[in-house]
Design a protein around this ligand. Structure first.
Ligand code: 0FX
Length: 273
């Protein structure tokens, strides 16, 4: 059992949680392994004049960030598994903004934790939602929700659905989702920091995709049979900028990577997809 000096118990959204007394301004830890979102988030904090003291950290396993931000005092690595009890003492709120670390269950019970998720919960929870939405046709969007002990599962604060078009690749759909996440953040960040919002539980459990499911999709079996539409969906779902995702093996066992280009005919005539 952890000892907390001056802790109070708050009843919030039907769960009882011990938190450090709310400091003024509140102390907020933002865990992020996404460079674009980190930069945009700091801009939203400034433009929306969010009254809080923000600390930004990334995963201690994020090698590119470790190299790029070595010695940078306002963006440091953090091992949440090791440091969660200190986090609970020092922060009033934790925001996972595409943070790659799973938050330990005791931590999510002790401090309010919010997830900014690139999917429309409860559909395609987990890894790369737009990839799976292109394939299984389940709705796509962005969700801000309280974190509970299950993946992308807790009570929903706000959501925005985005369309998926027949010409989308993973990248074009993903960019739309990121815009939706930023819209939601502009709209709700102040209220989230102040704890002034209501939540609703998703009506169903939905489905979850893991990293292994994505890797399985990437392996193309050239003997597989199916409809042309399903193959096209699979290839566009695995086409994301420079990433080498879908591949088949040639007769020497080499991976041959595959991606597709889709262009609606009115692309340059005012209907920019
Ligand atoms: O940060 P993020 O956009 O999101 C991912 C998960 O989808 C999300 O559910 C989780 N909460 C978050 C912590 O991690 O992932 P990313 O920046 O690694 O990748 C962005 C997109 O890039 C991804 O949706 C698909 C694409 N991608 C990425 C990698 C690494 C690929 O197509 N192939 C790849 O190998």
């Amino acid at each position: 059992m952890l000892e907390f000096a001056n802790t109070i118990t708050v009843k919030q959204h039907s769960t009882s949680r011990m938190i450090s007394p709310t400091t003024k301004p509140p102390r907020v830890l933002v865990l992020t392994d996404n460079r674009v979102l980190w930069e945009k988030f700091t801009q939203i904090v400034a433009s929306e004049k969010v009254d809080a003291k923000f600390t930004y950290c990334f995963s201690y396993l994020n090698k590119p960030f470790l190299k790029e931000f070595a010695g940078k005092l306002d963006f440091q690595p953090m091992n949440v598994k090791e440091e969660w009890s200190r986090i609970c003492r020092e922060f009033n709120l934790v925001i996972s903004l595409h943070g790659k670390q799973i938050l330990p269950p005791p931590m999510v019970r002790l401090v309010r934790c919010i997830n900014i998720h690139p999917g429309l919960n409860p559909y395609n929870r987990g890894w790369y939602p737009q990839v799976f939405s292109i394939i299984n046709k389940l709705p796509l969007g962005a969700t801000i929700h309280e974190i509970d002990e299950r993946l992308d599962h807790g009570p929903i604060i706000d959501q925005e659905e985005v369309p998926v078009f027949p010409w989308d690749t993973s990248l074009s759909a993903y960019n739309r989702v990121i815009e939706a996440e930023l819209n939601l953040l502009r709209k709700t960040l102040g209220a989230i920091v102040r704890g002034e919002y209501s939540t609703r539980r998703p009506e169903q459990e939905g489905n979850v995709n893991r990293q292994a499911d994505f890797r399985g999709l990437c392996r193309l079996n050239v003997s597989e049979t199916g409809t042309f539409g399903a193959f096209l969906d699979r290839l566009r779902a695995l086409t994301h900028g420079e990433y080498h995702n879908a591949y088949f093996l040639d007769d020497r066992g080499r991976k041959i990577f595959v991606k597709v280009v889709l262009e609606p005919e009115d692309h340059n005539h005012g209907h920019n997809p």
